[in-house]
Design a protein around this ligand. Structure first.
Ligand SMILES: Nc1ncnc2c1ncn2[C@@H]1O[C@H](COP(=O)(O)OP(=O)(O)OP(=O)(O)O)[C@@H](O)[C@H]1O
Ligand SMILES: [Mg+2]
Length: 468
């Protein structure tokens, strides 16, 4: 049930509103002055909507409104600034209405109050509050998913660097090996920036075919080329007042680089097939795992674009330089993976961590994440050494023992569990097929009758790696 707080110094108004709103099924609280209202707000955790009189006897309703809304800035009294406030006023003053709107009031009603108007306005406000709560919830969930974990000195330094760089409008270039968390850094920059309420628009420059990149980035007008059946907004336009994340920028073609350079120089661009010059005001963050300076030397990357992008460089550290974070990262990936699969949380044997510490992690955090996924799937309640893939010190799997007639020698597996036996056979079978198709994943998956993504999952789970 939703709760409405009525703040009015006139007893009759409070009583009438209470009757109307209780009749509509709301829980009703009331207060006759600012202090009483603040008392209610600090003790009641879930006020969904506030009806607030502009003239509160000695007190000023607008002042209270300001106090409620200013808690956005985190002054600490702790009531929720997103709660919708409907102002009520005895003598309509345009000035008051304007001021209330500026302060963030949801709506403004004049006395005498009409029953229907009150009911509809309160219902809209409550609905809005519910929607806002869901948006916040989803945003928190998304943020948690992209949180940069780690307490090592390297990560502490990285976070400090992000918090310095983020609030500026300057362009950021994130470099570092594959799987080190460059995308998470880009998202952290956005979250801590002045444009965090805008969108974070990710562009995978490597994945867009060169002939489409211009229309993806800048949009197109209807009929600009065959297949352009309608007008389309480009990603630079979508990212206006937000952040555009140019991922894998080192893989962009030279012709696309020239076009991106123009928008970075002037903020101007036009849609493909369009006459009009549009402008965009967005934060630009780029990332690459290539050595861009080398690419410039090799003539694969424009030097002018490199300088435009590389205003504030951030280096994403490889996992081998922050092995102190291994336990925390592993633990959190294991918990996440257990949750996703509906398993009870599994604990991890110290010997497993010891083995992981001894490894160099060329695939960085992404590789660790895949290992964690495998460990969760392969282990029983407790994750132990034998659940590790062979290259991390787990048991090596020999070829299946074969009897004289060529069939599998079952007696050689007297002490194996069904799972171990199945894994062994599966591994042999899949490796055989992979070799047959020169490790081409699509073809192998097709021949096995499974989806590519499933084959990828299997390879990770069974710890199958292409021999280098
Ligand atoms: N510090 C970290 N804390 C938690 N998860 C991380 C961290 N760093 C990386 N990850 C996870 O590792 C995976 C790879 O991260 P991300 O995609 O950001 O890497 P990347 O540097 O962009 O790699 P690539 O160059 O291959 O695109 C993701 O699943 C990400 O959530
Ligand atoms: Mg990436």
């Amino acid at each position: 049930m939703s709760t409405v707080l009525i703040v009015d110094d006139e007893k009759n108004i409070r009583r009438t509103l209470r009757l109307v709103l209780e009749g509509e099924g709301y829980d009703v609280l009331d207060a006759d002055c600012q202090a009483a209202a603040e008392q209610q707000l600090s003790t009641e955790t879930n006020v969904d909507t506030i009806l607030l009189d502009v003239k509160l006897g000695e007190d000023d309703g607008l002042e209270l409104l300001e106090r409620i809304k200013s808690h956005l800035a985190g002054s600490g009294t702790g009531y929720d600034p997103s709660v919708p406030v409907i102002m009520i006023s005895g003598h309509a003053s345009i000035d008051d209405a304007v001021k209330a709107t500026k302060l963030g009031a949801f709506d403004f009603m004049e006395k005498p109050l009409e029953r229907d108007r009150v009911v509809v306005t309160v219902r809209n406000a409550v609905d809005r509050a519910a929607m806002q709560a869901r948006v916040n919830q989803l945003r928190d969930a998304v943020d948690a998913q992209f949180e940069l974990l780690g307490t090592s000195q390297v990560m502490v330094d990285l976070r400090r660097q992000i918090s310095k760089v983020a609030p500026t409008k300057t362009r950021v270039l994130i470099t570092g090996e594959s799987g080190t968390g460059k995308e998470l850094i880009a998202r952290a920059v956005h979250r801590n920036s002045a444009v965090s309420s805008g969108d974070f628009v990710k562009v995978n420059c490597a994945a867009i075919p060169p002939e489409l990149i211009e229309s993806e980035l800048f949009g197109h007008e209807r009929g600009a080329f065959t297949g352009a059946t309608g007008r389309k907004r480009g990603l630079f336009e979508v990212a206006n007042k937000g952040t555009i994340f140019l991922d894998e920028i080192g893989d962009m073609s030279l012709s696309a680089q020239a076009k991106v350079l123009r928008v970075l120089q002037t903020g101007d661009f036009s849609r493909v097939g369009g006459e009009q010059t549009l402008t965009t005001d967005c934060r630009v963050v780029a990332a690459t795992n290539k050595d861009l300076q080398q690419a410039v030397t090799d003539g694969e990357f424009r030097e002018d674009l490199y300088f435009r992008l590389n205003v504030l460089p951030i280096e994403s550290p490889p996992l081998r330089d922050r092995k102190d974070d291994l336990p925390l990262l592993l633990q959190s990936f294991v918990v996440h993976c257990c949750d996703e699969n509906g398993f009870a949380h599994k604990s991890i044997d110290d010997a497993v961590l010891e083995k992981l510490r001894g490894y160099d992690w060329p695939g960085n955090v992404r590789e660790l994440r895949n290992v964690a996924e495998r460990l969760v799937i392969m282990s029983d309640e407790y994750i132990v050494e034998k659940d590790l893939p062979p290259y991390l010190g787990g048991p090596t799997r020999e070829a299946p023992a074969v009897g004289s007639d060529g069939s599998i020698d079952i007696s050689a597996y007297a002490s194996s569990s069904l799972r171990e036996f199945r894994e062994l056979i599966e591994t042999q079978f899949i490796v055989h097929r992979l070799e047959e198709f020169q490790w081409n994943i699509s073809q192998t998956a097709l021949s096995l009758g499974i989806e590519r993504t499933n084959l990828h999952k299997k390879l990770r789970a069974l710890g199958i790696h292409r021999p280098s």
